[in-house]
Every structure is written in C-alpha cells, then in structure tokens.
Design a protein around this ligand. Sequence first.
Ligand code: TRP
Ligand code: CA
Ligand code: ZN
Length: 327
Amino acid sequence: MHSSHSRRTPVAGAALATAALAVGLLAPTVHAAPAAPVTPTPAAASAPDIPVANVKAHLAQLQQIAKANGGNRAHGRSGYKASLDYVKGKLDAAGFTTSVQQFSSSGATGYNLIADWPGGDTSRTVMAGAHLDSVTAGPGINDNGSGSAGILETALAVSRARLKPDNHLRFAWWGAEELGMVGSRNYVNSLSTGDRSKISGYLNFDMIGSPNPGYFVYDDDPTLEKVFKDYFATLSIPTEIETEGDGRSDHAPFKNAGIPVGGLFSGADYTKTAAQAQKWGGSAGKEFDACYHSSCDTSTNIDDTALDHNSDAIAYALWQLAGGTSS
Ligand code: TRP
Ligand code: CA
Ligand code: ZN
C-alpha cells in the first residue's frame, strides 16, 4: 500500500494521503521520504532539446587539445589534464561546485572531475558520468569525447534552465577508464557506506556518437532502463539491450557497490548485423566504430544524429529522475 502510493503522481498521492489521514487510516510518518531509489516524476519540468552543435563544439575543442598535446588525451599525458581543465572551466562558469579527485595509476597521477549542481536532496543523488581519457593511439573523440561532451552540454543546460531539482544532481568525468576503470573505482572506493547509499542511480555514457551507430540501452536497473526506452519510443527509434561488454565501463564499480546503474551506448568494434542496419540505417557487416581505439577516432568519427538523440536522451533522463522545476 505504501509503495503503491509512492508511484502515484505527487498531486494524486498528496490528495489521497490527505483523504486517508482525514479518516485516520494513515499515520503522519508515511510522509517520510524514502531513501533510494528515485522514481521518475511525470509532473517534472520538461527537459530541453540539447543543441547538438554545442556538443560538437566541445568535441572540436577536445580534438584541438589532442592535437596540441601529442595526438591523444590519455591518462598520464598532458592532453588528459588539458581536457579536464576545459570541462572544469565550463562548469565553474555555469555555477557548478567542482572538485578534482587525484589518484595514482601506472606511475602517473590521474584525475576525476566531480561537479555538483547546488540544491536537491543529497540523500537521493542522481549521477551521470563519462570517461574523459582516450587511449594513447588517438584523440578519442567518439571514445569517449562523445559521452564527455554529451553530459557536459546537459550540465550546462541544467544551469541555463536554473533547474531546481527535487533530487540532487552530480556529474562526473573519469580518468584512466582505459586502464581498467581506475578513476571510477577510486571514486566509489573513496565513498563511505553512507555516502554510497545516497546515490540513487548512476548513468554511464561511454561512446554515444558511433559513426555506424546502434541504439543500445543498459538493462541493469529496470527504472533507469525504462526512462531511456521511453525517450527513444517518443522518437520511434527501436533500441536493443547493451551486450557488447557488460562491465566494460565505469558503471561497473557502481554496480559492484550495489548502486543502480543505467546508460547508453552506440557500439564499438562489434559488427552491425543486417537486421540492425534495417532498423537503424548504416552499414551491415561493418563495425559500429571502425576507428575504435585507433588514430582515426577524430572529429569526423561521429554520427551527428546519434550524438544528438543520445544527448537529448541524457537530458530527458536527468530531468525525469531529478524532478523539480526550472525557470
Ligand atoms: N571504453 C569502453 C572500452 O574500451 C568501450 C566499450 C566497449 C563499452 N564495450 C562497451 C562501453 C560496452 C560500454 C558498454 O572497453
Ligand atoms: Ca538535440
Ligand atoms: Zn575505450
């Protein structure tokens, strides 16, 4: 009975609770907010359309950074820290509270960037993350400039909307994912048990603009999965469950700590089937990203439509999960 109340719309739920109180059925304690998980709130302010041109502008900057730093943005190389400084500068100017978490891996210092949007109930924190490092072979624009730029532009949209979320929003850019999810694991390990329990959900975005794209949704937590599926249903784009490598990205440390996870993925070095090309377009028999982990993962290694839809899906999911109002 209690859980069925929490699934109603806030207005209907409140009216029902008031009515129930009036006849003495419910004690006032039923109003205590539950901890995790958060449920999507249909009454929330509607999510903005994320301008894909802005996402692409961030990718152009990351490409430029790689070019100026020996051709990559890898852990322990100057291009990584330059990437982090670029993202941090945008977030600081937009009113986020940022912090840089240092760790050591393979004899080099690594960095995570954490950005909190002030406000919202921190005991129900919704996180979105992306790894910001590339491999040493190239600039890493699809892997993972795409996810990094997608969540950056969504964070900037939160600021533009002056979102007043019910639940707290936190964004993260991870270091050293390509060395085995080192940064995200450091972050999760650095949290106390109490702080871990305040993270209601973690959404991961690793490769969201693959040049021969698929539309894959992580099938871990059903609530988080459904938010993304709902969004793609509004576009009439069929999705598939992400199977290219469960546990191959930064959601894994969160999942291992018992935190609900979700995310999007447009494909790496697996081959698109004929059936997938039929429903998504692109080339059957070709990899989703033929430049995966290669020097050709440049600004041209992006499908703009996939990048646009996935960026809009990030905003939709965060607005749904955050609740609240914007001005
Ligand atoms: N950065 C990931 C990696 O190098 C890319 C990747 C491959 C991935 N398979 C995935 C990301 C599945 C998410 C889900 O392994
Ligand atoms: Ca858009
Ligand atoms: Zn990778």
